[in-house]
Ligand binder design. Structure first.
Ligand code: 13P
Length: 251
């Protein structure tokens, strides 16, 4: 069964903790009287999380974080453990974002360890994969993306489709205003689905595959109408309530 769309905001390193509750209140006000065909989630920086969890309580908006440590606990200065995120009330966690891979040299092996930590605490990973422009121009898109997918999912078993979310984010489309065409995005997301069918034959159809990369209200509907695109992971356009909601209305 095709999963309901999920529009997940990735605020990246933006906003202040003190701004969270007013923003969520504005979103809730804007949602009054609307019926969306999408679920909503907000992935915020660590210091924002207590305020975010509180602000979305008793709503269908799911609170998320943007990373997690690969370690369980101990002497890892600056790291945040999955147990801490669970304790705060977070439900979803982005892992493997290209900005982490690029600026922090994160490998598929490390991301696989992070995924295991999340599973130990019942947190849902939003696993990001995607090719660079050089890789795309070399005709290596599927090789790179599917390679990341299988390496990050090595040894990972699932009981339910809802325990895993994939985000296909072509690196060249992130923050650049260059969106993948709906056909290009579908082609890769379709290949991701085919790989998921091999890994999790009974669950793959229900696993959400999100698209991310310059998603905006004016391109969301076409992307979200593709058969293997089940939502979006939205950076820049998720910072304003109006554009975030505009994307969700495209589902
Ligand atoms: P933009 O929507 O700003 O391109 O960012 C996409 C992204 O990286 C979401 O994780």
């Amino acid at each position: 069964m095709r999963p309901k769309a999920l529009i997940a905001a990735n605020w990246k390193m933006n906003k202040l903790p003190s701004e969270v509750s007013a923003w969520v209140r504005d979103l809730k006000d804007a949602l009054t009287g609307k019926v969306l065909n999408a679920d909503l989630a907000i992935c915020a920086p660590y210091p924002h999380l207590p305020a975010l969890v509180e602000a979305v309580r008793r709503t269908a908006i799911r609170p998320g974080a943007q990373d997690v440590s690969a370690h369980k606990a101990g002497a890892y200065t600056g790291e945040v453990a999955a147990a801490m995120l669970q304790d705060v009330g977070v439900e979803l966690v982005i892992i493997g974002h290209s900005e982490r891979r690029q600026y922090h040299q994160e490998s598929d092996t490390l991301i696989n360890a992070k995924l295991q930590r999340l599973q130990e605490h019942g947190l849902v990973p939003i696993l990001c994969i995607g090719e660079t422009i050089t890789e795309r121009e070399a005709g290596m898109t599927e090789q790179i993306v599917l390679g990341q997918l299988t390496a990050c999912l090595q040894g990972i078993s699932l009981k339910l489709a809802a325990e895993l979310i994939i985000a296909y984010e072509p690196v060249w489309a992130i923050g650049t205003g260059k969106t993948a065409t709906a056909e290009d995005a579908q082609e890769v997301c379709g290949a991701i689905r085919t790989t998921l069918l091999k890994l999790y034959p009974t669950l793959a159809e229900g696993i959400r595959i999100l698209y991310g990369g310059s998603m905006k209200p004016d391109n969301a509907a076409e992307l979200l109408s593709q058969p293997d695109i089940n939502g979006g992971l939205v950076g820049g356009a998720s910072l304003e309530v109006a554009s975030y909601l505009g994307i969700a209305e495209g589902a």
